[in-house]
Design a protein around this ligand. Sequence first.
Ligand code: C2E
Ligand code: CA
Ligand code: CA
Length: 449
Amino acid sequence: NAFHDLLTGLANRSFFLECLDQAHSHTKRQPDYTFAVLFLDLDRFKLINDSLGHTAGDQLLTTVARRLEACLRPTDRAARLGGDEFTVLLEDIHSLSGAVHVAERIQAQLKSPFFVNGQEIFTSASIGIALSTTDYDQPEELLRDADTAMYRAKALGKARYAIFDPEMHTQAVELLQLETELCQAIAKQELQVHYQPIVCLATGQITGFEALVRWQHPNRGLLYPADFLPTAAETSLGLTIDRWVLAQACSQIQAWQVHFPHTPPLSISINLSSLQFGQPDLIEYIDQVLQETGLAAESLKLELTETALLENSVVITSTLSKLRDLKIQLSVDDFGTGYSSLGRLQNFAIDVLKIDRSFVSRMDRESSTPASAPIVETIVTLAHNLGLAIVAEGVETAAQLTQLQQLNCEYGQGFFFARALDSMAAEMLMTSVSQGQTPWQLPTLIQTN
Ligand code: C2E
Ligand code: CA
Ligand code: CA
């Protein structure tokens, strides 16, 4: 028991480190002896654990351990370090390609479905590879570097392997610094919510805003989500940020609804990560925010990407029906970039489709291949048949706007109207609208019938 992980029967951390130590001494004595360490982390394990329960999580880990063993030679050693982290020591391999080969074999093994609690679930793993050929003083450094490479594999989109190179170490240190700074950013009030108007294309009226998070970094200036959300998503910070944005934006829109009365009242659209949707207390949290801010549930729209929706359909279906009961609306973000069919989307209680910017931006370019205008037209028609409203993202030109109007697309959002604005600028915009000034000129529609 002192050497083994009780759940899976694989080696435990201390035994693994001992084996690593021996392999390391071996290389010191016999320099042409090479070994490799694989660091393996399951993708989305937390989601499975949180939604299906710990017993199911344990079953999954045990099955993964068996499949892992099936990929190894008798001389190799697999271990579970804890949680969903596994390591493999590959003794006496002759080249990097030997280690890569094993990583690929493991990934292929994990591809077939797992049956847990009578349910079929899919998982994948991100794998980092470190080779003993780098000059290491301490065997633990190999483990650290394989771990770093594993993080790279995750960042590159998961379900893949990455091979360690020293540049990764430098970047890992920078990443750690970003994470530390981000941790304090909320407390130091460096995060901000910016608001991008969503406009009714027939009238030019602002119907609501999308909340987009920004970080006013003390040295690096204004940072955009792409600069820090991926890092945040690696830790619980992602969840914290999303919840902070939700509370902040709900309270802001409630205040604007009072100042700038509209029929229907201004709505607020909030982006939520798929991990957030898997949180068991999400509904409770949203309900609490609505009560504290006094915002009507009908004014809140949650945005979820289509990939996130389909990836976790088991978990999400129950969350969605609870949201529906509360009368909160749901938008599918970046629509058209995933692989879903509208037919499958029908299974979810969805209210709005947001057509991805990549289609809208190519609409007015005749030379673009493939031509995107017919794609947009198809999405609009199908969405209308399903009773869904459409928001076109990334409207930048009057020509795009005209085309969207002709297709009867209801709403638009994009730089043609406004960028995401801080609270003050958004207020100035609404003030000028309420004083009868039109901030943007809608193109005059040529009647075609
Ligand atoms: P998104 O949800 O697709 O948001 C729209 C993005 O497109 C925003 O980028 C917006 O500034 C940009 N955009 C809007 N109109 C135009 C246009 O006409 N042209 C171009 N080129 N871009 C336009 P941003 O603010 O950098 O946000 C990027 C992504 O980060 C968002 O994509 C969203 O997925 C994510 N995000 C932003 N805030 C949050 C948040 O609070 N929580 C979560 N989970 N994700 C967030
Ligand atoms: Ca969005
Ligand atoms: Ca989007």
